[in-house]
Design a protein around this ligand. Structure first.
Ligand SMILES: Cc1cc2nc3c(=O)[nH]c(=O)nc-3n(C[C@H](O)[C@H](O)[C@H](O)COP(=O)(O)OP(=O)(O)OC[C@H]3O[C@@H](n4cnc5c(N)ncnc54)[C@H](O)[C@@H]3O)c2cc1C
Length: 468
């Protein structure tokens, strides 16, 4: 139990909230996408929400928490969907939302504070010099720069630029460590990997430098196909077109687009699989020509739609990535989803094999990306959920068929990722968080070095068990 009185005294002058209802609200993210995590994490709450305005205040918070042994879980906007930002051991929820300045814009790069919203960064860089971020999650409007780097992986723009894991897609991270005397460390180049996608377990990011590219007046296009395989093959072929500038290619199987994209429903027949495309205006004619070659049906395009047709429609990126599942959950709260990689060069064959095995139990949703220099696809298929056992079976069948799963029903870094501890991140945690107070329970390699990842058992953080 945290000595809140001593902590509050030490943090005097920094914005704090201890109303349990409000603290619990800010202790949650989109963990409830998963019926498994919903059950495990629903009760989780921090004890104190602290909102620093400056890096100096972050240092004060970490110093006090280190001294008192209080866990600290950083938070951007809480849009992660595997409980990344949930404080499994209670303690402080450290909201970086008030540190949101865009500090410097230069050709090809922008330096921002941790809590800057991605969409706000683009407003500033567009106005400054016609530049924008290379990639963003579909939570563009709500998610923060540091939250994306620490908890996300890629998204809109990944068809051109790859993912956050690729060297060059995060230029610099400025980190505050959790020590008696917190240090400031700047990570660049290879070193960025120490704290990127580490869920805030080994340092608090206070600044992020990201690369920029030329901004365009991107246009949304929905293209219909009579069967999913044609949609998937179109997406794959389109991704391999060298002359078109595209930001997003996502084939989604019928009846998901019709049934879940309620605002676009009037444009889509129920039996149509749809490819969501975001294209630069100068590539639109080429896209139309390519669509005709593949006998796709253009269902909707923002550049020719009337103001009346466009009224109230979300941008196409809010139909894609994890937004597809969100729209589905609004129609049918019993569904859930998976995250799959269909490795190059057999991505279409593997995706189609899963479609044949599962049919409408697991409607397909592909996201084409550049991955290690090749065009391939991730999958975010909807799962018509029945039981935990069947979900596990669906995962196993994918893996047995060469389709690795990044399990979105686990809250640890390892189980949601490569099923092994990232030794670089673990070593950095030993240096930057020697007491293990940052976002406890998320890095198995720290909590239980002997955990056997081949054992098929799910890791259960003892601190969480005690609280449950
Ligand atoms: C509808 C929906 C769509 C999504 N689409 C995508 C997508 O397209 N691509 C994608 O990659 N993800 C996606 N996500 C996941 C999530 O939105 C992104 O990863 C997002 O960028 C997280 O940003 P956030 O500010 O909400 O971070 P949070 O959820 O608040 O935090 C994410 C993680 O980062 C840590 N963290 C936050 N701030 C800091 C900091 N300053 N220092 C250290 N650690 C920190 C947190 O502790 C947590 O572990 C989606 C989620 C939803 C619900």
């Amino acid at each position: 139990m945290t000595d809140l009185t001593a902590l509050k005294a030490a943090l005097d002058g920094i914005e704090m909230e201890d109303n349990p209802r409000l603290v619990k609200q800010k202790s949650r993210d989109f963990f409830w996408y998963s019926p498994i995590l919903k059950e495990q994490l629903d009760h989780v709450s921090g004890e104190l929400l602290v909102t620093p305005r400056t890096e100096a205040e972050v240092i004060r918070v970490l110093k006090a928490c280190f001294e008192l042994g209080v866990p600290v879980t950083p938070r951007g906007s809480g849009t992660g969907n595997y409980g990344q930002a949930m404080p499994l051991s209670g303690g402080v929820v450290l909201s970086l939302s008030a540190m949101n300045a865009v500090k410097e814009i230069a050709p090809g790069r922008v330096l921002v504070e941790a809590g800057a919203l991605l969409s706000k960064i683009d407003i500033a860089t567009r106005a400054h010099s016609g530049q924008e971020l290379r990639l963003h999650p579909s939570t563009y409007k709500t998610s923060t720069a540091a939250g994306f780097v620490a908890g996300g992986s890629g998204g809109v723009g990944s068809i051109r630029w790859g993912g956050l894991r690729d060297l060059g897609n995060v230029l610099k991270l400025r980190i505050v460590t959790m020590e008696a005397e917190p240090q400031i460390i700047e990570l660049t180049g290879e070193e960025v990997q120490k704290a990127a996608h580490a869920y805030g377990t080994n340092g608090i990011i206070t600044e992020v430098e990201l690369p920029l590219t030329a901004a365009y007046d991107w246009q949304d296009v929905l293209i219909g196909f009579d069967n999913f395989e044609a949609a998937a093959r179109f997406g794959d072929a389109l991704g391999n077109q060298d002359g078109m500038l595209l930001k997003e290619i996502a084939p989604i199987a019928a009846p998901v687009p019709h049934d879940y994209f309620l605002k676009h429903q009037r444009f889509i027949r129920r039996d149509q699989s749809v490819v969501i495309v975001i294209v630069a205006p100068h590539s639109m004619d080429a896209l139309m020509a390519f669509t005709r070659r593949h006998k796709g049906e253009v269902l909707f395009r923002t550049d020719t739609a009337t103001a009346e047709e466009k009224r109230g429609l979300p941008p196409a990126y809010e139909l894609a990535w994890n937004h597809t599942t969100l729209l589905g959950l609004r129609v049918d709260p019993t569904i859930t989803y998976l995250q799959v990689l269909y490795p190059f060069p057999n991505q279409i064959e593997r995706a189609m094999k899963m479609v044949k095995i599962f049919g409408d139990e697991v409607p397909a949703h592909l996201e084409f990306v550049r991955f290690d220099g090749n065009i391939t696809c991730f999958g975010l298929p909807i799962v018509r959920y029945t039981t935990p056992g069947r979900l596990e079976e669906i995962i196993r069948i994918h893996e047995d068929n060469g389709c690795p799963i990044f399990n979105p029903h686990r809250y640890t870094l390892e189980e949601g990722g490569m099923k092994q501890t990232d030794e670089v991140q673990l070593a950095f945690k030993r240096q930057a968080d020697p007491k293990g107070l940052l976002n406890p329970g998320k890095m198995i390699g720290w909590e239980n070095p002997d955990f056997d990842f081949s054992s098929q058992t799910t890791y259960l953080f003892p601190g969480l068990k005690a609280a449950g």
